[in-house]
Ligand binder design. Structure first.
Ligand code: ADP
Ligand code: MG
Length: 328
């Protein structure tokens, strides 16, 4: 029986009408779909039972939904079993899509004028984050592990390889790789240095993959819901919020007023909830912005020329970042 047939078999048994397949991965044996049951729209994530690694991830997500039922930062759980998670459909779009259409509107209007909807969106995002990191766990984090995880995340945001994997020339490949190595090792040293100055090692349950597509913004309410808890784990909050903030901030390139609002909102959020992280957060944010400027997959298709220019200049920039100088 192929993937589709097994999927149909199991969802038929549950009385679910599949409206649309949103995502299918044969290798992982995974299907995400929009479904309907008695006029109620639902989202279901299903995995072939034999794919143990992916089933383990889905199980983690299911337990998160079970443990946090009724909390406002997630959508309500509707049904869960060994290899299927069914949650209520939330009428909204991903934060990424929301921002893209907001920015499109902005271009046709007065460019950098911050609209109320933007501030509302950031406020509800932070409200949901606050709910997610309610209280620290009893365990503490290892500083070395924190630095290691941050470096890993950094490598993820500054991967300069083009999305399709094809470089435009041999020179580009060799030269970029060479500078990239210097750049990465400088960043690693900086990150270790910053982590040494942090004087808290509280562990929280963190999301683990908090990017702009794993946040939904309500179309009517501007409410923010967090989804996709397959990578939840006890971890260091900085890891989640630095990733999210950096991707968000980078999308607002060329809109200084918007960046300012975002920075102020996050600064307030950190001061209220994680005051010990204030300086390190913005120092790391600078480094992540530098990293993002050579990333070719985050929506800005930078040319080979700009990539080379950024790669050459950024080791220098990186050396001179300071904690108080928030990236503009
Ligand atoms: N409750 C929901 N309401 C509406 N759309 C959703 C909901 N949950 C997920 N989606 C949509 O399905 C997509 C994939 O869901 P996600 O949980 O992130 O799975 P994946 O592991 O495939 O990334 C999301 O980007 C979002 O567009
Ligand atoms: Mg996702």
């Amino acid at each position: 029986m192929n993937l589709d047939e097994q999927f149909k078999n199991e969802t038929d048994k549950l009385g679910l009408d599949i409206i649309e397949i949103l995502f299918k991965n044969e290798k992982k044996g995974r299907i995400t779909a929009l479904a309907k049951q008695n006029e109620t729209k639902l989202i279901l994530k299903w995995n072939l039972s034999c794919k143990s690694l992916h089933i383990a991830k889905l199980k983690k997500e299911i337990s998160y939904y079970r443990e946090h039922q009724g909390e406002n930062h997630i959508v309500p759980l509707s049904y869960a079993a060994e290899n299927i998670l069914v949650i209520e459909y939330f009428k909204g779009v991903s934060l990424r899509k929301w921002l893209e259409s907001y920015l499109d509107e902005q271009k046709t209007g007065t460019t950098d004028l911050v609209k109320q909807s933007f501030s509302n969106c950031v406020t509800s995002l932070l409200k949901s984050l606050k709910m997610m990191y309610k209280e620290p766990l009893d365990k503490k984090a290892e500083f070395n592990e924190m630095a290691y995880q941050l470096c890993k995340r950094f490598r993820q945001v500054c991967c300069f390889k083009p999305l399709n994997g094809a470089y435009q020339s041999k020179f580009e490949t060799k030269f970029c790789r060479w500078i990239y190595r210097i750049f990465r090792s400088l960043a690693r040293t900086k990150i270790h240095h910053i982590v040494k100055k942090i004087n808290t090692n509280d562990l929280y349950i963190i999301h683990g993959d908090l990017h702009l597509n794993n946040i939904l913004i309500g179309l009517e309410s501007n409410e923010a819901k967090i989804i996709d808890f397959e990578d939840v784990e006890p971890g260091f909050v900085l890891l989640d919020i630095i990733y999210l903030y950096s991707l968000f901030y980078y999308l607002l390139t060329g809109l200084p007023n918007h960046q300012l609002i975002l920075r102020e909102c996050f600064s307030g959020f950190i001061a209220d909830n994680f005051p010990e992280l204030n300086n390190s957060f913005f120092e790391l944010a600078n480094i992540f912005q530098i990293g993002l400027s050579i990333n070719r997959s985050v929506g800005y298709n930078i040319s080979a020329f700009r990539l080379l220019k950024n790669l050459c200049f950024f080791p220098i920039k990186l050396l001179f970042t300071k904690s108080h100088c928030i990236h503009k």
